[in-house]
Design a protein around this ligand. Structure first.
Ligand SMILES: [Zn+2]
Length: 303
């Protein structure tokens, strides 16, 4: 018996050292580490993993519940460092970015950018490189939101009350959008910043079928997973990197944060808390833009 316990102890010791690279608190050793984030972020989706020895990667079986149907629909995609690729796309894996990446806590401050970094941003944002550079892999989102074609996408778009108007979004994010709206409406309107935000709100845009300009990636507006919040006149500030690039092709990336229009911090906090990232924290900032990425919010909370 003693021998048995000793063997068990040794195997547990080996196991714990093997799995020490697993950092996420709820990760399972028999799955790729980051998958736990997706499971937690999309609780009504079932994920089951099997290891494909031939390919040398995890095959993730994704079970998506279907409206008015008993059985969920199954999709099988390779993990590929959180890119979720079909087998035939594995050879092109460098053309896709990971779905799990660093989303900064603060707006990257151009005051701290080195010359080399500025040159890199410039290089990455040429029309040519945005067309040919790696893009967001669409396969996980196609499975989850049934958005491969315009017709299938539009069949899932619903009108949702938003602040003091309505907005078109994908039915799967109806609830988080409603929570965001309620929490924004419940904010006290007694600070000058919030008062101004509510009195100058000009447009809120959701679903619109289109691609990200000069890029292979599909716009999240084209799936109904993005929300734009635009104030009247932008407070004479700059709101979008591309508009500024047209005015100042050499120096747009150094636009001080104080010269960019930003929604009040309370608004950004509410969106993030409900699973939306804010475009104002991107290197190519889009300060009116929020998009639904609960996996990314969660990943960055625990990383
Ligand atoms: Zn947008």
């Amino acid at each position: 018996m003693k021998k048995y316990y000793f063997a068990l102890f040794i195997s547990l010791l080996i196991a714990s050292s093997c799995f020490s690279q697993i950092k996420l608190p709820f990760a399972k050793w028999w799955e790729p580490e980051g998958l736990a984030v997706f499971k937690e972020a999309y609780p009504n989706i079932k994920f089951i993993c099997s290891y494909d020895k031939e390919v040398g990667d995890w095959l993730v079986h994704i079970f998506v519940p279907q409206e008015n149907k008993k059985e969920p629909k199954e999709f099988s995609l390779y993990w590929c460092e959180s890119k979720f690729l079909p087998k035939e796309e594995l050879k092109n894996k460098d053309e896709y970015t990971k779905l799990l990446y660093k989303y900064p806590k603060q707006i990257p401050n151009p005051e701290n950018f080195s010359k080399e970094f500025v040159a890199k941003i410039k290089e990455n944002t040429t029309t040519e490189n945005r067309k040919n550079g790696p893009g967001t892999p669409p396969f996980f989102f196609d499975a989850l939101y049934d958005c491969k074609t315009r017709a299938s996408t539009e069949s899932h778009i619903v009108k949702v009350p938003f602040i003091d108007r309505t907005i078109n979004v994908h039915e799967r994010i109806k609830e988080p959008v409603q929570r965001v709206s309620k929490r924004i409406n419940d904010l006290p309107k007694d600070t000058p910043e919030l008062k101004k935000f509510f009195s100058t709100l000009a447009r809120t845009d959701g679903f619109a079928w289109r691609n990200v300009r000069d890029s292979k990636s599909r716009s999240f507006h084209g799936i109904g997973l993005a929300v734009d919040v635009l104030p009247k006149g932008y407070y004479q500030k700059i709101i979008y990197w591309r508009w500024q690039k047209q005015l100042d092709p050499e120096g747009w990336m150094l636009t001080p944060i104080s010269k960019r229009w930003c929604p009040p911090q309370e608004i950004i906090d509410i969106f993030e808390d409900e699973g939306f990232i804010w475009g104002g924290k991107w290197m190519i900032w889009d300060n009116m833009h929020f998009e639904y990425h609960p996996e990314l919010i969660l990943y960055n909370k625990i990383k």
